[in-house]
Every structure is written in structure tokens, then in C-alpha cells.
Write a protein that binds this ligand. Structure first.
Ligand code: KG4
Ligand code: ZN
Length: 331
């Protein structure tokens, strides 16, 4: 079964063809990064306009690379939430038109769940596992019991982890996109030069929660106002020290979750899972099976949408052509 996966929730215009929820026949990702760089962040209005301009050619390239005609598509899957509403609507409207024209079923997919499906495209994974989803918009640790069942243990009480990478990088003019720039700078930095607090939420109900706005503020305030280290401060050292704290915050919560639940399988997804320090620290977890997607499947892509769309379809879930998009996370 060939499922087309359409992803336009943010600044990646991506369309993939995935066979039987597993084999990636094509996965075209047209990134808008260069066009948002001068603004140091994604401009929603620009993003949706670019999706409108690009989506037809991304679709054509995706079919070409998969070696199929549009009539060969069995199911059209598309991200419908959460994300930038204008961007989501471009992908959703395209998907609806295509499904209608081809007379094929439409499946609308949750972007966050799809990030956690991404590792399944490359590995055979048994349930249950601890899912770690870390992206620009979301930070979640949960127990995943089935493809559609996530029990959230902890999340961020304010900013997402990737958002903190982006904001720290913007503040110190480290480069864009922030996560990639910090990862690169940190390789030449001393991570022990600054020590940032872990907002101590790890008690009672908040045991698994994180606060990245708190960390971001500490990184900005502590260095500009209170540091005992004499200036000038090197961006490399700030990046390395921040990255250590940001990753440490996640690893600490993950350790709690492993110990508390006894689940010794961890599956990670989302853009921040491309981070070299996070990947290293995950791989160093002892007596735990750790599965992370390859780099291209960490950040936004259509293949993960097609993959999860396939699972939903074979389990009897389809959407009507009246389906709407939503910027919000599903309740
Ligand atoms: O999953 P994603 O592509 O989009 C969302 O669903 O948000 O994640 C994007 C986020 C951005 O915040 C970006 O800075 C971060 O992932 N990111 C990284 C790295 N590569 C991307 N963060 C840290 N280190 C990286 N190497
Ligand atoms: Zn994403």
C-alpha cells in the first residue's frame, strides 16, 4: 500500500511516499530556512506563502523519485495539527483536493505523534516504550503503549526545548537555525565554564516536567549580569554550557521515568534529537535499549506523516473532507 505523506506545519514543505508504513520510496524536504534567516526565526506569513508556491513541485518530485504516478497513491495522509495555522491549511487543502480528485481516502495526522512514529520507519520496535519527543514546539516524556496511545508523564511548563536553543542562539547572535548553530559552537567550547540551574520541578506531580524558559532566562541573565568569569565571554563556552544543561534536564527526567516505570526501552524523536550531545548521552544509558531516528527523520518530514497515516488507515481511521486544521495540541 502506497501512502502519500504531506507535511507543512512549519517551515519545511515535505512530501513523501511510504510503502506499507515502512519503506520510504521518496521523502522530499524543501526547507525554507534560508528565507527566514534574516528574521532569525520563522515568519508565519512568509511560511504559508512559500508552501503555496512550492507544494505542487514538491509533490511532483516526490512522485518522480518514488517512480509512481499519482493514480498509484492508495491513501493521502497529511498533518492537520499542531503547527502554524496558515501553513497547516496549505498542506491540508492540497491533500483534500488530491484525495477528492483521485477518489482516495484522506487521513489527517497529529504532527507530534508522527515524530514518535519516525523511528519505526527504520527499526522494528516493540511496545511499550518510553517516548521522548523533543522539538521546536514540544517537549514530552511519555509511555507509548501502542502506535496511538501515549500516556504523558512529563512535559514543559513553559517553552519547548528547541525553542530555548533557538532563543539563546538569537540572543547571543550565534547563528540560525539556533539548535544547529549551538550544537556546532558547543564542540569548540568548555561546558564547565558556566553552570546553569535546573529549575527544581522534580517533586510530586512535576517530577517529570521541565522548564526551558527558566533555563533560557538563567543563561541570558547569569552571563550578562552575574557571572564571576571576566568578559569577554566566548559564544562557544556559552553554547557548550547551555547545551549541557539543556540535555541534562531531559536526561534526568528520563532516568526517573526509566527507574519508576521499569520500562527499559527508549524511543526518541523530534528536531532536537539531531543534537549530538543528546544522541551521545542517550547512547550511554546503561541497560536500556535506545532507538533514535537518523538525522533526516528527526526534523520535520513527510515520511513520518505517511508512516503514521498508514497505521491509522489499517486500523480503520480515515478523515472526512470537511476536516479542519488546528494550531493546538490535541487534548
Ligand atoms: O521537529 P522540528 O523540525 O520541528 C518542530 O516540530 O518543532 O524541530 C525543530 C527544532 C528547532 O528548535 C531546532 O533548533 C531544533 O529542532 N534542532 C536542534 C538541532 N537541530 C535542530 N536542536 C539542537 N541541536 C540540533 N542539532
Ligand atoms: Zn516537528
Amino acid at each position: 500500500m502506497l501512502v502519500l505523506g504531506i507535511e507543512t506545519s512549519c517551515d519545511e514543505c515535505s512530501i513523501a511516499v511510504v510503502e506499507d508504513g515502512k519503506t520510504i520510496r521518496s521523502n522530499i524536504v524543501a526547507t525554507q530556512i534560508d528565507l527566514h534567516r534574516e528574521f532569525d526565526g520563522v515568519v508565519p506569513e512568509i511560511a504559508s506563502r512559500l508552501h503555496t508556491e512550492w507544494i505542487s513541485s514538491v509533490f511532483r518530485r516526490s512522485l518522480e523519485e518514488a517512480g509512481i504516478a499519482k493514480e498509484d497513491i492508495d491513501v493521502v495522509a497529511v498533518t492537520s495539527r499542531p503547527g502554524l495555522i496558515g501553513s497547516l491549511l496549505v498542506g491540508l487543502s492540497f491533500a483534500k483536493g488530491l484525495a477528492f480528485a483521485l477518489g482516495k481516502p484522506l487521513v489527517t495526522v497529529d504532527h507530534i505523534r508522527a515524530h514518535l512514529y519516525a523511528p519505526h520507519l527504520e527499526h522494528s520496535i516493540d511496545y511499550p516504550y518510553l517516548g521522548l519527543l523533543v522539538s521546536g514546539g514540544h517537549t514530552v516524556i511519555g509511555i507509548v503503549r501502542e502506535y496511538d496511545s501515549v500516556e504523558v508523564l512529563g512535559t514543559t511548563i513553559d517553552d519547548a526545548c528547541g525553542e530555548a536553543f533557538d532563543k539563546v542562539a538569537k540572543h547571543y547572535k550565534m547563528g540560525y537555525p539556533g539548535g544547529v548553530a549551538i550544537d556546532k559552537l558547543a564542540k569548540q567550547g568548555d561546558d564547565s565554564l558556566f553552570s546553569f540551574p535546573d529549575p527544581s520541578l522534580h517533586k510530586g506531580d512535576h517530577r517529570y516536567d521541565v522548564s526551558y524558559s527558566g533555563l533560557k532566562t538563567a543563561v541570558i541573565n547569569q552571563i550578562t549580569q552575574f557571572s564571576s568569569t571576566p568578559p569577554p565571554y566566548r559564544n562557544e563556552d556559552i553554547a557548550a554550557s547551555f547545551q549541557k544543561a539543556a540535555v541534562g534536564m531531559l536526561m534526568k527526567r528520563l532516568r526517573y521515568a526509566i527507574d519508576d516505570t521499569g520500562i527499559r526501552r527508549v524511543v526518541a524523536g523530534g528536531g532536537v534529537v539531531a543534537n549530538s550531545r543528546l544522541r551521545r548521552e542517550l547512547s550511554e544509558l546503561e541497560d536500556v535499549e535506545v532507538i533514535v531516528p537518523s538525522m533526516r527523520l528527526c526534523t520535520d518530514n513527510g515520511a513520518m506523516i505517511a508512516g503514521l497515516g498508514y497505521m491509522m488507515f489499517v486500523n480503520g481511521i480515515t478523515s472526512s473532507l470537511a476536516e479542519n486544521a488546528s494550531s493546538r495540541v490535541a487534548a
